[in-house]
Design a protein around this ligand. Structure first.
Ligand SMILES: [Zn+2]
Length: 432
């Protein structure tokens, strides 16, 4: 079997600390990596994510990332139509270097393909609170979520288009990828009890986003009776949040009952209308970006980093969105759970993705070499990826990977009989 790529993600501080040539030497030798991407806009997170300390960073044990900073050099003219601009790093160690260009130069020199990722959050909490409170999603009571931008806000649309076209126009990139957080998924209330987690998620979504004025306008343009829908959802939200005793009682009764999610949706069409509205909104956002970025650079690969366990809770319908992306990265890291019993989830998740995008779209399957992964689980993850119709492998992430699990990637490819060849054709459903 041929796969076209093994893709590795890197952060600016990885390159600073370990040196790009050293990193690429290791990745080429141990994992067959022939493609890289920079997490170019990175959210607030502790690195390494899944363990206390870095396994091989020679300069530090941990790194606390800044909130939603850009590690390329944004061109001001790209943001002339956008009120929101990307925020540069405040870390003196990282300032003054275009880390994306650094990665492109080093990767191209080895004949690798290169991409950039716009990660989960595109606006830092500080500016969200002080400068752009209007672009933040609102809950049903009008309260803003910390930094989750609303995809129906015209300024958010303009910002998304500007980010993508800036990267596509000014850098020699093969792909631009995102895993931006969708609509706030709401929350479950453990006190509410019940044995049906799906039903809990469904009622909990009424405490999610978004109920802002731009969503109202977008919904009304679609012919939705916003006030009627919100008032019906408010009863559920009051029950889940315990805001009123009567609604809380009724919610407890629902969750203690044998009522199914299907029955609830059939009985409350406003809840279904809300779910559809979020899906249509997010699809429209991706459609706008796709058209703009392809107008700027027709050959670029617009890639979705598909990470949510339950994407429907954030308004993502992968089948709809797949019309407006060129490839999908399945971001399942089951290996790092360290439990062979969890690998069945990886298989099911990949089946969900392939089912949604069809047999012809380029699908990259992630593999995690991080704690608690073992070489055996890494190899099993590669085999499952192949069995589930993946076209390429993508490593998440190098910074937290122990050497034995990195080596297991190359060994696992060999043992599964998978040859990495950039020029291998993508085998689709209709191909011989
Ligand atoms: Zn909104």
């Amino acid at each position: 079997m041929y796969w076209r790529e093994v893709v590795a993600s890197l952060y600016a501080w990885d390159i600073l600390d370990e040196g790009l040539e050293n990193i690429l030497d290791v990745l080429e030798r141990d994992t067959r990596t022939n493609s890289t991407y920079l997490v170019a806009l990175m959210h607030d997170e502790k690195r390494p994510l899944t363990d206390f300390y870095y396994p091989h960073n020679p300069r530090r044990k941990v790194y606390w990332t800044e909130d939603s900073r850009a590690y390329w050099k944004p061109r001001p003219e790209a943001y002339s139509e956008s009120r929101i601009k990307p925020r540069a790093t405040d870390n003196p160690e990282l300032q003054g270097v275009d880390w994306l260009q650094t990665l492109i130069d080093g990767s191209r020199a080895r004949g690798m393909t290169v991409g950039a990722e716009l990660s989960h959050t595109w606006l830092d909490k500080e500016r969200a609170r002080d400068e752009f409170p209007d672009v933040i999603q609102r809950d049903i009571y009008g309260q803003p979520f910390d930094q989750q931008i609303c995809f129906n806000h015209p300024d958010v649309r303009a910002y998304g288009v500007a980010l993508y076209t800036d990267l596509a126009q000014h850098y020699d990139l093969d792909f631009v990828q995102t895993c931006v957080r969708g609509f706030h998924p709401g929350r479950q209330q453990p006190w509410a009890g019940g044995e049906n987690p799906e039903l809990q998620r469904l009622v909990g979504v009424t405490l999610g986003g978004c109920f802002c004025e731009h969503c109202r306008a977008a919904a009304e343009r679609r012919g939705i009776d916003w006030d009627a829908m919100v008032s019906r959802l408010r009863w559920i939200a009051d029950g889940v949040s315990g805001r009123t005793h009567k609604a809380a009682f009724e919610m407890r009764l629902l969750l203690a009952s044998s009522t199914t999610s299907t029955a609830l949706l059939a009985g409350i069409p406003e809840l279904y209308a809300f779910l559809r509205f979020r899906v249509d909104s997010l699809t429209g956002f991706y459609r706008e970006i796709y058209r703009a970025v392809h107008a700027a650079r027709p050959e670029i690969d617009v890639r979705l980093n598909h990470y949510a366990r339950y994407p429907e809770m954030m308004g993502l319908d992968l089948r709809q969105v797949s019309r407006y992306v060129d490839s999908v990265r399945s971001s399942d890291y089951s290996e790092q759970r360290g439990d062979p019993g969890q690998m069945a989830w990886k298989r099911a998740y990949l089946h969900s993705v392939r089912r949604a995008i069809g047999p012809d779209m380029y699908l990259l399957s992630a593999i995690s070499p991080r704690p608690q992964a073992t070489p055996e689980l890494v190899k099993e993850g590669i085999l499952i990826s192949a069995q589930c119709g993946a076209d390429a492998l993508t490593i998440g992430h190098y910074d937290g990977a122990w050497a034995n699990c990195l080596r297991a990637i190359g060994e696992g490819l060999d043992e599964a009989g998978i040859v990495i060849d950039r020029h291998a054709p993508v085998v689709g459903g209709q191909s011989a």
